[in-house]
Every structure is written in structure tokens, then in C-alpha cells.
Design a protein around this ligand. Structure first.
Ligand code: LMR
Length: 400
């Protein structure tokens, strides 16, 4: 009965890892998926995560019962505080509902399903370019997707004018997806001044912000600084949605732990919204898994562990920043044609190199370096040992 099924293409990001795994070369390098690696090229489990897991395992009172549909209560409360700030008036006024979801993707999907059922405007604007999964998540949830200009290939920076123009011409009430920090794939974020203007424009047009916060702490190394744009939108009483992921900032990739928060006008609205979120979640996966959320809650609850986390998080962010400098220096030393200063200007996990599809294919074929075809490289996958190899490959690609 399935004889006519057409083979689907691999995912543009996760498929890079599939291709990488098949390559027998001993020098192969995976800069595709945004996953942190140590200087030795190994995945990292944070010490504080190991500590939290020990506590959880040793606590015999913990059981494996189902969580409620919306997940672990402590986790939800602490996640809202992490993104909106401990002194957030919206939290104090109980106007925020937070539900535990399956990492960033699951949080976006639950938020999108909720909007498709209950919000009057089905149109969502996403930046051009954006994370490849965004348009798919929103489309399957039943929203219509349009793009707004974001990146300027000429300056390799923000097309702020284009962004303002496109959001100005969006119909009133449209949803706007905003990357809270460390824009994926470009590594280009608005300045705080620009955020203020975006907020004013969106407020005046009644546009609904939907934040994707997958990298809090990774852009600047500071959890508070990276949440500033979100907090700014909430500070004046504004409503919004925010999807949080703990994949990168706690290294909990495979635990699939994240949260969706919806900031409402009143406590009563928030509780009605929450009742509807349960109706979205229950037929989808019933309730979320317990382990990852318990790790996060254990860390966020304990001052000492929280501080240890911030130190480890900063160390990851700093290592990425040093990779940017090393790659930039290596290209300069080789005299590679072009201006590569965007490597040190862009922030977060990724550099949007400007290399085209053919150059990427060449680097994969000749140098066994794997990256997404749009020229994005995960700086978190580089090390001092592999920077020269990458620089050689970019140099060869740029001088062919
Ligand atoms: C990425 O962009 O590489 C990450 O967000 C991982 C993913 O799921 O695509």
C-alpha cells in the first residue's frame, strides 16, 4: 500500500550530520548542526548538569509518574523568570502562562497551533533568512507564512530599513517571529536602539511578537543581556509569545526541554489561555518528559548551581568568540580575498560566511568539511586544531 511513496529529501540541517556520518575521512569536520563541541571536538555535558542529575538519581522520593499536561510546575515558573526577569511585573501580576514543551521546536509548534485555533490573524512574518524549520513549523500548524527583510548580503549585516518597511506594511494584528538573540543563521542582531524602534512600530500596528529564544546566554555570555529585547516588549504591558530552548545554553539537546510562555493582559485571560494550551498538547503527546525539566529546575532553583551554570555558559560563549578571532586571523594570514570582518562582528553559535552553494559543495568534497548549503558554519563545532583546516578550505574556495 505504500509502494507509491516518494522519497523525501533529508533535512537541510540535520541531513548534514547524516552525510558527515557516512564520510570515512579521518579529518572530516561537522560544522552543520548548531551543537557545542569542546576544544577536543567532543560533545559537552556541563558539570552542573552532572551534579543535578546525581541529586535527582539519589533522591529516592522521586518517581516516574506522568507530569501534568503542562509539565513540571517549578520548571515552568523558573523558566518564565529566566526569560522575563525575576522582577517582571507580568509574572508578579500572574499574567504569564508557561507550559513545558519539547525544546524550542515543540514550544514553537504548540504556540503556533494555539494561534491557529484562537488568534484572529493567521498570518506570521518570519525573517528572511531564518532557521529552516520555522516556515515548516508554522505552515503545518495552519498559519500562513510571509517573510520580512532582515539580512543584507552586501553589508553582511542587518537590513534595518527593509525590516521596518516590511513590518510597516504588515496587516494589523499579524504575528511576527523575532529571534530573541543570536539570530540563526546570520549571527546578526538588531542593536538595542533598533529593538526599541521595532517595538514601537509593532506596538503602533498591533503586531503580535512571537520570540524564539534558543540561545539565551550564548550571544553575549550574559543571560540577562540576551533577554533584554524580550523584556523590553513585555515591560510596557505588551502581550507576546516566547519559546525557550535549553538545548544550547544547558547543553540538553537530546533531553528535548523547553518552554512556551504566553504573556496576556490579565490573570484571568492567562488562565483561560492555559486551559486551551492543554487541549493543544494532550492529543499531540499527552504530557512532556520528566528528566530534562527536573535537571533544569534543580539548577535554576539553587543559587550555587545557578552560578556554576552561568560560569560554564560563559566559558562556552567565550570559546566561540575566540574561534571567531582565530578564524578571522587565519584567513587574514592567508591573504584570502574579501572582507571577513563579519566573522568577528556576528554573534552566537553561527557565522553566515557568505560562501555560496558551489563553494560549500567544493569544501565538502575536497576538504570533508560539512556545513549547510547556505554557507552557515557552526562556530561551536570548531577548535584551535581545526581552524587552520577550515581556513585552508575557505581560502581554496575563495580563490578558485
Ligand atoms: C541548528 O540550527 O543547527 C539547530 O537549531 C539544530 C536544529 O535542530 O536545526
Amino acid at each position: 500500500v505504500f509502494g507509491n511513496i516518494v522519497r523525501a529529501p533529508e533535512d537541510p540541517i540535520l541531513g548534514v550530520t547524516v552525510a558527515y556520518n557516512k564520510d570515512p575521512s579521518p579529518t572530516k569536520l561537522n560544522l552543520g548542526v548548531g551543537a557545542y563541541r569542546t576544544e577536543e571536538g567532543k560533545p559537552l555535558v556541563l558539570n552542573v548538569v552532572r551534579r543535578a542529575e546525581q541529586l535527582i538519581v539519589n533522591d529516592r522520593s522521586r518517581v516516574k509518574e506522568y507530569l501534568p499536561i503542562i509539565g513540571l510546575t517549578d520548571f515552568n515558573k523558573l523558566s518564565a523568570k529566566l526569560i522575563f526577569g525575576t522582577d517582571s511585573p507580568a509574572i508578579q501580576e500572574n499574567r504569564v502562562t508557561t507550559v513545558q514543551c519539547l525544546s524550542g521546536t515543540g514550544s514553537l509548534r504548540v504556540g503556533a497551533e494555539f494561534l491557529a485555533r484562537h488568534y484572529h490573524q493567521r498570518l506570521i512574518y518570519i525573517p528572511q533568512p531564518t532557521w529552516g524549520n520555522h516556515p515548516k513549523i508554522f505552515t503545518v500548524a495552519g498559519l500562513s507564512v510571509k517573510t520580512y527583510r532582515y539580512y543584507d548580503p552586501k553589508t553582511r549585516g542587518l537590513n534595518f530599513q527593509g525590516l521596518l518597511e516590511d513590518l510597516s506594511s504588515a496587516p494589523s494584528g499579524a504575528i511576527v517571529l523575532l529571534h530573541a538573540c543570536a539570530h540563526n543563521p546570520t549571527g546578526v542582531d538588531p542593536t538595542i536602539e533598533q529593538w526599541k524602534q521595532i517595538r514601537q512600530l509593532m506596538r503602533s500596528k498591533g503586531l503580535l511578537p512571537f520570540f524564539d529564544s534558543a540561545y539565551q546566554g550564548f550571544a553575549s555570555g550574559s543571560l540577562d543581556a540576551d533577554a533584554q529585547p524580550v523584556r523590553m516588549f513585555v515591560a510596557d504591558g505588551g502581550e507576546c509569545l516566547a519559546a525557550q530552548s535549553y538545548a544550547k545554553n544547558m547543553g540538553l539537546y537530546g533531553e528535548r526541554v523547553g518552554a512556551l510562555s504566553i504573556v496576556c493582559k490579565t490573570e484571568d485571560v492567562a488562565s483561560r489561555v492555559e486551559s486551551q494550551l492543554k487541549l493543544v498538547i494532550r492529543p499531540m503527546y499527552s504530557s512532556p518528559p520528566i528528566h530534562g525539566a527536573s535537571i533544569v529546575a534543580t539548577i535554576l532553583k539553587d543559587k550555587d548551581m545557578y552560578n556554576e551554570w552561568t560560569v560554564e555558559l560563559k566559558a562556552m560563549a567565550d570559546r566561540i568568540i575566540s574561534m571567531r578571532q582565530q578564524l578571522f586571523d587565519a584567513l587574514r594570514a592567508r591573504g584570502t580575498p574579501g572582507d571577513w570582518s563579519h566573522i568577528i562582528k556576528q554573534i552566537g553559535m553561527f557565522t553566515f560566511t557568505g560562501l555560496n552553494t558551489e563553494q560549500v559543495a567544493f569544501m565538502t568534497k575536497e576538504y570533508h568539511i560539512y556545513m549547510t548549503s547556505d554557507g552557515r558554519i557552526s562556530m561551536a563545532g570548531l577548535s584551535s586544531r581545526t581552524v587552520p583546516l577550515l581556513a585552508d578550505a575557505i581560502h581554496a574556495a575563495a580563490t578558485r
